[in-house]
Design a protein around this ligand. Sequence first.
Ligand SMILES: CC(C)(COP(=O)(O)OP(=O)(O)OC[C@H]1O[C@@H](n2cnc3c(N)ncnc32)[C@H](O)[C@@H]1OP(=O)(O)O)[C@@H](O)C(=O)NCCC(=O)NCCS
Length: 157
Amino acid sequence: MTIAICDLRERPEFAGAVGDRIWRAWWEPQGVPLSYIVGRIETEDLAEGAIPFALVAHEGDTFAGTASVIVDDLEERPQYTPWIAAVWVDPQFRSRGIGGELVNRAAAGAFAAGFQRVYLNALKRRTSFYEGLGWTRIEEDVGKAAVSVFIRDVPVR
Ligand SMILES: CC(C)(COP(=O)(O)OP(=O)(O)OC[C@H]1O[C@@H](n2cnc3c(N)ncnc32)[C@H](O)[C@@H]1OP(=O)(O)O)[C@@H](O)C(=O)NCCC(=O)NCCS
């Protein structure tokens, strides 16, 4: 079976899996309840409107990965928007290009919504993944987590 990537609105039954992975990776350590994260995904990512949105990669009915495009992601840089965030691929699906494809598709979705530039931030140990995808680093050591900020601009036609 092949991997498909779609907007979560097309396969809303994956909202629980998306919430579970995002929660475990980024929110559980901060004591945020899983129900809060799933609730936000269901109300925000499944609502009408271009942004926010979440993508889901799946093999049939099996969840494989996710990425989101959101309005704000870095408290210290409120002037930047939108952001690609919460990029996750389940371990058994890694190193097959799915993470890269999720990031590329998320950026394409933001460009299709009319944005000229899209941002993301990453910890230093993760920056090689985005550099490999052709993202440009514009800042380093931002904020409490000392993240790097990357941009990608809409392709010139
Ligand atoms: C990062 C992640 C999404 C990559 O997904 P993936 O489907 O394996 O990505 P791709 O197959 O498109 O690319 C893999 C390549 O990216 C690089 N890469 C993968 N994970 C990386 C990481 N954590 N840090 C730096 N580079 C990474 C490697 O060069 C890898 O190549 P290899 O498989 O030949 O070693 C996945 O490892 C993951 O979910 N990690 C945990 C969550 C996470 O770190 N998310 C990013 C938050 S900033």
